[in-house]
Design a protein around this ligand. Structure first.
Ligand SMILES: [Zn+2]
Length: 251
């Protein structure tokens, strides 16, 4: 046996060990990643409102789409109280079949003003998560108290974007959007988007920016006064279902 053949044999053996070892290491890495990975950070795990907000929470909420059964089961599992609203049909582009009115009590402490708010179920699920994981912690952080009521300009409205005569239909036309105007704290203080977003009270502005940023992790579209003058007095939150790889807007 020549020295050359021996060297080749050793090189082949080392290469084989590297391939086997490398494959095993890769498998171990994936297994370790899955094991330690939080389910909310994995794209294939089912949505669970009791888990912290993860990398895929917002996309999973938007992907509920018109699947009313799955969305209601999600609310039911979390003990969220709501009334399913009767379907509404206002022509080809307007109406809904999956709207709910959140009822206070149970695990939810925030009310809506006016109380008549009805939203598509994926919006309701995101609002619940927003209350729990974003709005109340931000209120505690900035004001040392909690939010009693969220003030809003409503959800359902059969119209195109910005109320124009032509162009895309608004998510409001299917109750897949809600316009948030302000917050009333438990001690009676009010924080409003129109007054406080660019206002002199730094704490109020910081709170509003925090709840906007948190909403971006839960809603497909979030538009604030930073976006344009049309949103100077509210945060537009919607659950446009643009698919698993769809774009998300946070402005
Ligand atoms: Zn809006």
């Amino acid at each position: 046996m020549s020295i050359g053949a021996g060297v080749i044999r050793v090189v082949r053996r080392v290469a084989r060990m590297l391939v086997i070892g490398g494959g095993a290491a890769l498998l171990a890495l994936v297994a370790w990643g899955v094991m330690r990975g939080r389910p909310q950070d994995l794209p294939w795990t089912p949505l669970d409102l009791s888990q912290p907000i993860g990398a895929f929470t917002g996309r999973k909420l938007a992907a509920l789409g018109d699947d009313f059964g799955t969305c209601r089961a999600l609310l039911d599992r979390s003990g969220v109280r709501y009334t399913a609203l009767p379907p509404r049909d206002d022509g080809a582009r307007c109406g809904y079949r999956d709207a709910v009115r959140l009822r206070s009590g149970g695990p939810r402490t925030i009310g809506y003003s006016p109380a008549s708010l009805g939203v598509a179920c994926p919006v309701a699920a995101a609002l619940v998560k927003w209350e729990w994981d974003v709005v109340q912690p931000a209120a505690e952080r900035h004001f040392g108290t909690h939010v009693a009521d969220i003030e809003h300009f409503g959800s359902y409205s059969c119209r195109r974007i910005y109320g124009r005569d032509a162009g895309s239909w608004s998510e409001h036309a299917t109750a897949d959007a809600v316009d948030i105007a302000g917050f009333r704290l438990a001690d009676g203080r009010r924080v409003t988007v129109v007054r406080d977003w660019f206002g002199d009270a730094a704490q109020d502005a910081a709170f509003l920016h925090d709840v906007r940023d948190g909403a971006c992790r839960l809603f497909a579209t979030v538009l604030s006064p930073d976006y344009n003058a049309a949103h100077r007095d509210h945060l537009h939150l919607d659950q446009a279902n643009r698919g698993a790889t769809g774009w998300r807007a946070c402005r």
